[in-house]
Write a protein that binds this ligand. Structure first.
Ligand code: ZN
Length: 529
């Protein structure tokens, strides 16, 4: 039998699609179970393929003279792109695949037969990560043979995630009691602070801390809240703790008067009470009224903001809370909503252009990566004559920037609905990433990555758009300083009275579509025109 006679995965998908939904209830339940088994089988197959791919890439890299220490770079990123996952998750999936195929064959077999799903296999691998390869193999065998955990017929048949975790943990501790200590040491390295959006324009700020520090922080906050409440403060205990947390970390009661908060919105949303939502950098989409209230200082804050007049009077909005608000206009091309900016002759992206990339790209531009932007990258590298322009610039996270530099990866800007980048991987697959639509543009394909056997022809994206931006250059010139090729212009806007809803814009009226609005004295020098 030749490989041409064997079915491809596409053949299997087509067969599966043609299977009719069962006619009766019992049949439907059977189908649900069988499909679940199929998903597990697919996960096991993906694990084997990922490991084989890793080996083949390493072999190719070795043949190309890549030092042994650097072999394997870029493999996880390619697995992530193929599986439509973030690069970080791609790395975890590859790690899972290696552990299953090399050290935990029984767990892999259980996954393949549908007794475990990919998530539970991940839990088992994670719980044994602190063990040596030998001990891990032993735990794998113990789980399979002694308890029947993996076969689904033993004492843990029907067990949930927690029960499986407890069994695996117990087996691991028995095998290597010292792993507890090692694990604790390793866990300290994972300490971190994260922010996730929550419903109703709330955010969940989480800190993963060593237990002593976590308890200490919590105790300090509760002590403060209890004292405040015993002195007549009528806030709830939780609210008092939350307010104190914000004040201690940012140094101000409202939390945003001295920290840069970037809101991207249309002029209509700010000035004409339009309902088009805005985008808050690092959070996502926020309702229009919330954005207006934030800018005008009408949010219900527990305490008054400090009177802060550090900003230049020509460039600020006096909002209700007395803090400075900066308006920066960003021009968009009609129809596509592509943001327009100017270029620079410098090798490094100057502050204005960096800010522009930040606003345009919002998060890392590698497909499926939502990480915050840490690097402003020349898509075509400077040493390959890539210019310092908004078209040739993109925002990347640290890990993706590193991946992009790996031999075999290349990228270039290509024509697209908005700013579009084509990423080519060592296997010759291409993926496209398009900048998210700024507020006020009709919903279009958002940062979608496609896989194209052959990419669109090379070209500089939107030359006409760049032309338009240049046309606007004289009007944007009185920015924060010459040589700052920012996309933007500051406009003096004054809120006549904190009680009035709305702001009055002084200066030349130029039609524009999007605004970047910031509260607080930010790092940009405020030179008057
Ligand atoms: Zn990234």
């Amino acid at each position: 039998m030749t490989s041409a006679d064997l079915p491809s995965i596409a053949d299997v998908s087509r067969s599966l699609l043609s299977v009719p939904v069962a006619a009766d209830g019992p049949g439907m339940i059977d189908q649900l179970r069988e499909l679940e088994d199929l998903k597990s089988l697919a996960a096991a197959k993906q694990a084997r393929i990922a490991v084989a791919f890793d080996l083949s890439q390493r072999r190719e890299q070795a043949a190309a003279g890549v030092p042994a220490k650097e072999q394997g770079t870029g493999v996880a990123a390619q697995v992530a792109l193929a599986r439509r996952e973030s690069p970080a998750r791609g790395g975890r999936l590859l790690g899972l695949a290696k552990a299953l195929t090399t050290e935990m064959p029984h767990t892999l077999a259980a996954l393949q037969s549908g007794q475990l799903n990919e998530w539970r296999a991940t839990l088992i691998v994670k719980e044994t990560a602190c063990l040596s390869a030998e001990d891990r193999c032993a735990v794998d065998e113990e789980l399979a043979a002694d308890t029947g955990t993996l076969s689904g017929t033993g004492s843990l048949a029907g067990a949930g995630d927690r029960a499986i975790l407890a069994t695996v943990r117990a087996a691991a501790y028995r095998r290597d009691p010292h792993s507890v200590a090692r694990r604790a040491n390793q866990a300290v390295n994972d300490r971190t602070v994260t922010l996730r959006p929550a419903p109703d324009t709330m955010a969940r700020l989480s800190a993963l801390l060593p237990v002593a520090q976590g308890v200490a922080v919590y105790a300090a906050l509760t002590r403060h809240a209890d004292t405040a409440r015993s002195n007549g403060d009528d806030r709830s205990r939780g609210a008092a703790m939350a307010d104190e947390l914000v004040q201690r970390i940012t140094g101000t009661p409202a939390g945003i008067s001295s920290i840069e908060v970037q809101l991207v919105m249309t002029d209509r949303t700010l000035f004409q009470a339009d309902s088009e939502p805005a985008r808050l950098a690092g959070y996502g989409i926020v309702p229009a009224h919330w954005a207006r209230q934030t800018i005008l200082g009408q949010q219900e804050h527990p305490g008054p903001g400090p009177a802060d007049s550090a900003g230049a009077p020509e460039t600020d909005v006096r909002a209700g809370s007395g803090t400075d608000v900066w308006l920066r206009r960003v021009f968009t091309a009609p129809g596509t909503g592509e943001l327009l900016a100017m270029d620079s002759k410098a090798r490094l992206f100057p502050p204005g252009l960096r800010r522009f990339l930040q606003v345009r790209d919002d998060t890392c531009r590698i497909p499926y990566c939502d990480a915050p932007i840490r690097h402003h990258d020349h898509i075509i590298p400077w040493h390959q004559d890539g210019p310092t322009t908004s078209t040739n610039g993109q925002g990347l996270c640290e890990a993706c920037n590193h991946t992009k530099e790996t031999p075999g990866f290349s990228a270039r800007p290509v024509p697209g609905p908005r700013h579009t980048v084509e990423l080519k991987t060592p296997t010759g697959h291409t993926y496209h990433s398009t900048a998210p639509p700024p507020p006020g543009t009709p919903a279009m394909s958002h940062g979608v990555a496609g896989m194209h056997p052959s990419g669109p022809p090379a070209g500089t994206a939107s030359t006409s758009a760049t032309g338009t931006a240049r046309d606007m250059a004289p009007r944007t010139a009185p920015g924060p300083g010459r040589g700052d090729p920012g996309s933007t212009m500051r406009e003096r806007a004054v809120c006549p009275s904190p009680k009035k809803h709305g702001v009055q814009v002084l200066g030349r009226v130029v039609p524009y579509r999007s605004l970047v609005v910031q509260r607080g004295p930010e790092a940009v020098p405020a030179a008057p025109p």
